[in-house]
Design a protein around this ligand. Structure first.
Ligand code: C2E
Ligand code: CA
Ligand code: CA
Length: 601
């Protein structure tokens, strides 16, 4: 049975040492050497032997020239080939050498050609796992035996020397390379150690500079690790480190390589990932391991490994000093924004404004969207367009959105029950990807007493773009409990109709940019007609955003748009106003009530 340690160790070796460029350059050098040996031995044989039978040598001459050219090509451009192709090249080389030995059988240069078998053995032992290297060595030994017993191509002294050398070279190379790789591995967790991490980072950085694109790095620190060690003993501390490492490897897969960076510090190198993706992966990892802080930094042109790592360290420091248990990104001065927004929340500087949503045909209020407002003392109101992106990049958005959800649900629970009005709350992508998001919403509904049927959650298409199973699963479960899901700002992002069909949604919010194209005396509005038609065909109801003019409302009604939201019907305003409007409506309307079903725990 292989342990997690062994699994990690086996993976580490190729990624630390056997990088594409290193394999390509070495293969190139071997091929060039082989080509030169082939050519030189061709002329050298004339001196030794001087025979006139040249049969087969023209072929070998041609193959030597081909090897020379292939070697140059591999060294220059082979770095992008996948690793397995170098293994295939090794076997092809052994087979070509066998053919050459057969062509030259009995001639003195045969031994020169056959000596190159040892190069194949060395190459595979250096770059590949022992099983793969053993197979290549067996291929070579088999070829030598066949060449002797079937074709009598090599003298017995040659056979003895070749077999002896092949076995010796394979054994020594594997032993040395294992020792070198072990020096890069942490004994406790089986992850690369700091030295291994530095090597990985250097390779990843070189690749990124060559144009492979993104590269993100994180430094993680276990919260309260000293306490674990002091109170529960070192063995318990070691176990915590091992479980942490093993679970990450199991959850994050092969690309996001974790290393042990210090006593209770880990580091992650993820070539090809944005800092957002790495942060999301770390957030998802918190479901099993909530007690760690992380700082994430993304590679920028000109970064050295130490510059990149130190940016992640600073972000980690900020994450720790803001209380721990969270991830900060370095590209947003995360810590500062977090502190600012956090103190604004504690000082009651935020409040929720409600903008009415009305029925397109009757004009009656059917609900309201909760929109966050921040009034900075001494500085006045700050636009959400300004502070929401900051909250998102610092990670504070989760706290903020949770507060809006709780406030909006509590206030909406107090609205007159006679009117079936829904409260609509915006959800950020980051929040949605938290593994316990479903439970958080259910808890808020239970705490505030708002029936699930009266809550609508607004998510943008791009939020769901990643097709994160965690996010989609949370939305599906919430829908099953009666919560409605609206797709916000429809039409501003990348809209795929086939995807739309599969999203767990009930409502489509047509973006303001479409509504603003409606002109006075405009009866066509083909875009509006198409979107409402499409939404209805998919079983979604429509809400038009940014309705400012009566003629826009008329055209929307004409095309069967279900609901409208915009300045024409009311600006976002204090909670008392929407409460009063609903109370007014309750008086003039027969009583209709929601099914008062609380979600199951
Ligand atoms: P959104 O979700 O598309 O919200 C609608 C925005 O359009 C609001 O801007 C609203 O004031 C504005 N609006 C409404 N009717 C009209 C109109 O007739 N004409 C025009 N020109 N604008 C209209 P606001 O409140 O500034 O919010 C901006 C964005 O900030 C929101 O866009 C939403 O993406 C985000 N946001 C607001 N509150 C929250 C929140 O609690 N959580 C999250 N995650 N995001 C929020
Ligand atoms: Ca919205
Ligand atoms: Ca919107």
């Amino acid at each position: 049975m292989t342990t997690a340690n062994q699994r990690v160790r086996r993976r580490v070796r190729p990624s630390v040492i056997a990088t594409g460029p290193a394999m390509a350059r070495t293969a190139g050098a071997c091929y060039v050497t082989g080509g030169v040996i082939g050519l030189v031995s061709h002329w050298a044989a004339r001196y030794d032997w001087g025979g006139t039978d040249r049969s087969g040598t023209t072929w070998v001459l041609g193959l030597s020239v081909a090897a020379l050219l292939a070697g140059i090509a591999l060294a220059l451009a082979g770095g992008r080939l996948p690793q397995w192709s170098f293994y295939a090249i090794s076997h092809v080389s052994a087979s070509v050498l066998t053919v050459e030995v057969w062509l030259l059988r009995g001639r003195p240069e045969t031994i020169a050609i056959a000596s190159m078998f040892v190069i194949v053995v060395m190459y595979t032992s250096f770059f590949f796992e022992w099983a793969a290297a053993a197979l290549a060595t067996a291929h070579v030994l088999g070829a030598i035996v066949v060449a002797k017993l079937w074709w009598d191509a090599i003298p017995w002294v040659g056979v003895v020397a070749l077999i002896g050398l092949s076995v010796l070279v394979a054994g020594i190379t594997v032993a040395l390379i294992r020792a070198a790789a072990d020096a890069d591995v942490d004994g406790l967790t089986g992850l690369p150690n700091r030295r291994g991490f530095d090597r990985l980072l250097q390779t990843a950085l070189t690749d990124a500079e060559r144009g492979s694109g993104q590269l993100s790095v994180a430094i993680l620190d276990l919260d309260g690790f000293t306490a674990t060690n002091d109170q529960q003993g070192r063995a318990e501390g070691d176990k915590r480190l091992q479980t942490f490492a093993r679970d990450w490897v199991a959850q994050a897969g092969e690309d996001a390589v974790m290393a042990r960076h210090g006593a209770d510090e880990f580091a992650i190198v993820w070539p090809g990932a944005t800092s957002g993706r790495l942060s999301a992966q770390l957030d998802a990892f918190r479901a099993a391991h909530p007690e760690f802080s992380a700082g994430v930094a993304v590679w920028q042109t000109g970064d050295t490994p130490s510059l990149l790592a130190s940016r992640a360290e600073i972000a980690l420091y900020e994450a720790k000093s803001s209380g721990g248990g969270r991830t900060f990104s370095s590209n947003d001065a995360g810590g500062e924004s977090w502190m600012l927004l956090s103190s604004a929340l504690t000082n009651n500087e935020f409040k929720v404004a409600y903008q009415p949503i009305v029925n397109g045909a009757t004009g009656l209020v059917t609900g309201a969207e909760a929109l966050l407002r921040w009034n900075r003392p001494g500085k006045g109101p700050v636009s959400p367009a300004e502070f929401i992106p900051i909250a998102e990049s610092s990670g504070f958005i989760s706290k903020l959105d949770h507060w809006v959800l709780e406030t909006a649900c509590r206030e909406a629970a107090a609205w007159p029950r006679a009117v079936p009005a829904k409260v609509t709350v915006n959800v950020s992508g980051r929040e949605l990807h938290q593994p316990d998001y479903y439970q958080q919403v259910v808890d808020v509904l239970i705490r505030t007493g708002l029936p699930a049927q009266r809550l609508v959650l607004e998510v943008t298409e791009s939020t769901m773009e990643a097709d994160s199973p965690v996010a989609l699963d949370a939305l599906r479960r919430l829908r099953a409990d009666g919560v409605r899901i609206a797709i916000d700002d429809f039409g501003t992002g990348y809209s795929s109709l086939s995807r739309l069909h599969h999203l767990p949604a009930d409502i489509l919010k047509i973006d303001r940019s479409f509504v603003s194209t409606i002109q006075p005396q405009d009866n066509g509005a083909p875009l509006i007609a198409a979107i409402t038609g499409l939404a209805h065909a998919l079983g979604l109801t429509t809400v038009a955003e940014g309705v400012e003019q009566q003629y826009q409302a008329d055209v929307l009604r004409h095309h069967g748009c279900d609901e409208n939201q915009g300045w024409l019907h009311g600006r976002p305003d204090d909670p008392e106003l929407i409460h009063a409007a609903l109370a007014q409506q309750a008086l003039s309307q027969p009583s209709v009530s929601f099914e008062q079903r609380a979600p199951a725990r």
